[in-house]
Design a protein around this ligand. Sequence first.
Ligand SMILES: Cc1cc2nc3c(=O)[nH]c(=O)nc-3n(C[C@H](O)[C@H](O)[C@H](O)COP(=O)(O)OP(=O)(O)OC[C@H]3O[C@@H](n4cnc5c(N)ncnc54)[C@H](O)[C@@H]3O)c2cc1C
Length: 412
Amino acid sequence: MSKYINTNWDVVVAGGGPAGFFAAIRCAELNPKLSVLIVEKAVQTLGKVIISGGGRCNVTHACFEPAQLINFYPRGGVELRGAFTRFQPADTIKWFESRGVKLKTESDKRVFPVTDSSKTIADCLREAAQKAGVEVHGSTTLLNVDKNPKGGFKLEVKKEAQVFHLQTKKLVFATGSDSKTRELVKSLGHSLEEPVPSLFTFNVKDKRIDGLAGVAVENVTLKMDSVTTQGALLITHWGLSGPAVLKCSAWGARILFDKKYRSPLTVNWLGDYKLESTLEVLQRSKEWKESARRRINITPAFSQIPARLWKQLTEFTNNKNWGDISKSEMQKLAQGLTAGEFMIEGKGAFKEEFVTCGGVKLSEVDFKTMQSRVVDDLFFAGEVLDIDGITGGFNFQSSWTTGWLAGSAVGS
Ligand SMILES: Cc1cc2nc3c(=O)[nH]c(=O)nc-3n(C[C@H](O)[C@H](O)[C@H](O)COP(=O)(O)OP(=O)(O)OC[C@H]3O[C@@H](n4cnc5c(N)ncnc54)[C@H](O)[C@@H]3O)c2cc1C
């Protein structure tokens, strides 16, 4: 890779992540006459792709209905509705498969390369960029942007120790959640929603889950403030994780940030069961001859609650038999099963995927083209926008979609 960067460009893409690569490749393939440059601050491009999905890269999610797909985005769903009619997961799958990457869909609809290696995806993107004639410079940071009075931009970039002044007709910001670069975007006149983490686990210290790390419940309902989520739950050494928790952290990202990650959490260990229907099942255990003489804490009334968890949830019954349970104890048990009160006391890291919500205000962007409504010739793609999805391939999908749309607009 050359140490020098040419001065004049048709398109400069700031950020060599998935959104930047998609924008650059699309635009160069659409219009091979254009000179297209990616500047990437890190030594290596596509850093997050490489570490994504536990090293496997969950490329997208096999949900092909835009109206359904948008329900997986706590922020940005409404704006993505139209965008997904133009480029959606089926198009992502086609895009990679037409470039020789075989993909597979797992039972939970997450899509991965058959190699189970994120390197396959990164290699494909790098190769496609090279074939399309996109010039890529690593260790190159966009430091400053000035709007030219007659259109286009003057850029200051630093490659290693050297500073270059470039001219470009069009500029795409695909810089992810980088905090310094956010200031650059602001300096151009855009407003940004403040960044806060999304997709994290909950720290919960409670004797009912103590020592149960690794125990999973298939379907629980969680309530935190105004947020309700449902799905599998995993008990960890530090508290709670699993899809229900991650969804709760994503939909409740701003609420939890404001509460400094301390909040009551209500857990319905029985998913859809209500108090009344739970009481009916408990009453049957009390009356049924087979169980009446058995201890409550070692005779679970619900098969979906693992025995070790059941034992700790029913500890307060003090080795009583089902036949001896009082009305108030039964009420307390049903309450604890359907609306157990816990306390979130901090957030943990979800290493498989981590995203930030916040970014460029969506009302300031035209989602047909990803063009700024504030500054001419300026475009946005990916996580730099105030868009984030829950775990499952949705975050990459919004990067592919917005990158492709931005690339289509600058290339046409
Ligand atoms: C551990 C982890 C695992 C993940 N796994 C998944 C997954 O399996 N599936 C999924 O859908 N999502 C996953 N995600 C989320 C996903 O990685 C992001 O949503 C996605 O990478 C966003 O793409 P982007 O191109 O917008 O931003 P990024 O990937 O963050 O790329 C932006 C790039 O811009 C560069 N940059 C910033 N400022 C400048 C500047 N001034 N000049 C030059 N370059 C600059 C940055 O160095 C960066 O390389 C994961 C995230 C993490 C952290």
